[in-house]
Design a protein around this ligand. Structure first.
Ligand code: NAD
Length: 521
């Protein structure tokens, strides 16, 4: 069999040209699959197939479309374990987290299935007699979507389940880090009953197939773009959509702050910090970037955090005892090593003794806490950088790996300024027992999401997920809000009077009257 490069209207196209390889990051000699780079002509064909299939799909009653998505949820549930294992193998997150990634898709199906019976419009009174006004949600059309590999099941489900529910047809360019899982995702969507042309996939690398797909916005083949990935790429996509007067969904990077105040429960905070920083090896868009701790509790807090960091178990994602596995791929491992080398400066203090990539020669530093293959796997040590200030590049740079900055503050205003000062605004957290501080934090923080006495990462299928500033353009995923992204409002007025009635002119306005109360008592 050749390398799959696209699934368009149900047809599997194999590569005649360039290919790329998906490898297990815990052992890069284990090849998960080889895929082709879909060409711009493939992308055009996929968009045209979506356009051709969309009208019929949209004319199916929304509750029926929802039943098909309910099937999708049931199929995911039935295959949850094998999907989770495929996810761990291809992307490297521990099996427990992989199951959570898949579960998010099941939850999203549960949520949107009943939304199919609730795609409400409104009945609105007219200012004219014998006339009624209504609003309807209409699908947008062809939805093109590009996703990152760190949540390879949850994030696509956040896009496609509501997009399909609302009557759109889709073209997906999944991450080159997780093509095998994306192929299975597509098979399940089709097996659930989504017509083949309604859901199409083009595989490929970002600067090639991804860029080719986005270029089709200029050709009028795409009506809406969804993008989850880095801020730099998202900005370019936003520019293309902007000149076509389209509003994309842009879900981008983060540099998420977590503030620990003098009144905080330090044990609780230490647990939240360790999870926020090193869960998924720090490769969540919501991972902790800047730990901002009050000077009075810094020593006590860092003692607790370091005790946890020095107990972290790293290695095989299938070992349920491990806290984190390998980085997603060689690209992310190289990026992490570069960050440790170039962003950590002389005035910083590395609180962790061994940093950067785990190798055969340094893995002994982790002792029995490491059970990975250091030669063939792409593992990294956890890193805590103390002495970071707002003037440092590392303060405002997303590092997307197991690396956390430590900053200190004296007044609450300082803490809020540091938390808000990176230009990103995705997630945030505060640990405090002081109600006023918690209130001021949640009203003063610029992030799209904030946790009080909880970690920076975590999402629920019915809560809006998304960021501001460099983290996104204000679009949100999950919950009912996303329906606004995948529908456009149509206002309809129906005049039954049998004559031309003109609003603002023929309206029977009531003349104002005057009356003054005279109280004689
Ligand atoms: P990336 O931007 O390099 O790649 C993301 C996707 O975009 C991939 O499918 C890739 O192939 C594609 N791509 C890359 N260059 C492209 C181009 N020029 N044109 C079109 N498509 C292109 O990001 P990454 O490094 O793979 O992923 C990590 C980033 O994703 C981090 O910044 C992380 O914070 C972000 N992320 C954000 C969210 C969120 O919801 N806000 C969720 C997950 C990941």
């Amino acid at each position: 069999m050749g390398a799959l490069r696209a699934i368009i209207a149900g047809k599997r196209l194999e590569s005649a040209g360039e290919t790329f390889t998906s490898r297990n990051p815990a052992n890069v000699t284990d090849i998960v699959g080889t895929y082709g780079n879909a060409s711009i002509e493939d992308c055009r064909e996929a968009c045209r197939a979506a356009r051709a299939a969309q009208g019929k799909w949209a004319s199916m009653p929304a509750p029926v479309r929802a039943e098909i998505l309910a099937n999708f949820g049931k199929l995911i549930e039935k295959n949850k374990e094998s999907l989770s294992r495929c996810l761990s193998r291809e992307m490297g997150k521990p099996l427990r987290e992989a199951r959570g990634d898949v579960q998010e898709a099941i939850d999203t199906c549960h949520f949107f299935v009943s939304e199919g019976r609730r795609l409400y419009g409104q009945t609105i009174p007219s200012e004219m007699p014998d006339k009624e006004c209504f609003t309807y949600r209409r699908p947008i059309g062809t939805f093109a979507c590009i996703t990152a590999g760190n949540f390879p099941f949850a994030v696509p489900s956040w896009y496609f389940i509501p997009a399909l529910l609302c009557g759109n047809a889709c073209v997906w360019k999944p991450s080159e880090d997780t093509p095998r899982l994306s192929e299975i995702f597509t098979e399940l969507i089709h097996a659930a009953g989504v017509p083949e042309g309604v859901f199409n996939v083009v595989f490929g690398e970002g600067p090639k197939t991804g860029a080719a797909l986005v270029a089709l916005v200029d050709e009028g083949l795409i009506d809406k773009v969804g993008f989850t990935g880095s801020t730099a790429v998202g900005r370019g996509i936003g520019e293309i959509c902007g000149r076509n007067l389209q509003v994309p969904c842009l879900e981008l990077g983060g540099k998420n702050p977590l503030v620990v105040t003098p009144s905080a429960d330090l044990d609780l905070a230490a647990h939240g910090i360790t999870w926020s920083a090193f869960g998924t090896a720090g490769q969540r868009c919501t991972s902790l970037g800047n730990l901002i701790v009050h000077t009075s509790v810094k020593e006590a807090l860092l003692g607790k955090v370091l005790a946890q960091v020095n107990a972290l178990r790293i290695g095989d994602p299938f070992n349920e005892k491990n806290d984190y596995g390998p980085l997603i791929s060689e690209k992310f491992a190289a990026g992490h090593a570069r960050n440790v080398e170039t962003l950590v400066k002389k005035h910083h203090i590395l609180l962790t003794k061994q940093n950067g990539r785990v190798t055969e020669s340094n893995k002994a530093a982790l002792g029995a806490r490491f059970d990975g293959d250091a030669k063939n796997g792409v593992y990294a040590f956890p890193t805590l950088v103390d002495g970071v200030t707002e003037a440092d590049e590392i303060y405002a740079t997303e590092t997307f790996g197991p690396l956390v900055n430590v900053l200190t503050y004296s007044t609450f205003e300082d803490a809020l300024r540091i938390a808000n000062g990176t230009g990103y605004g995705l997630s945030s957290a505060i640990y405090t027992q002081d109600i006023l501080e918690a209130y001021r934090f949640r009203t003063g923080i610029g992030a799209g999401m904030t946790s009080i006495n909880n970690s920076t990462s975590g999402a629920e299928a019915h809560l809006p997920f998304g960021g501001n500033g460099k983290s996104g353009n204000g679009s949100r995923q999950s919950g009912i809000w996303v329906i606004d992204a995948f529908t456009k409002w149509q206002a309809v007025n129906w005049d039954m009077s049998g004559k031309l009635q003109l609003a603002q002119m023929d309206t029977g306005y009531v003349a104002p009257r005057d009356y003054t109360v005279v109280d004689k008592a």
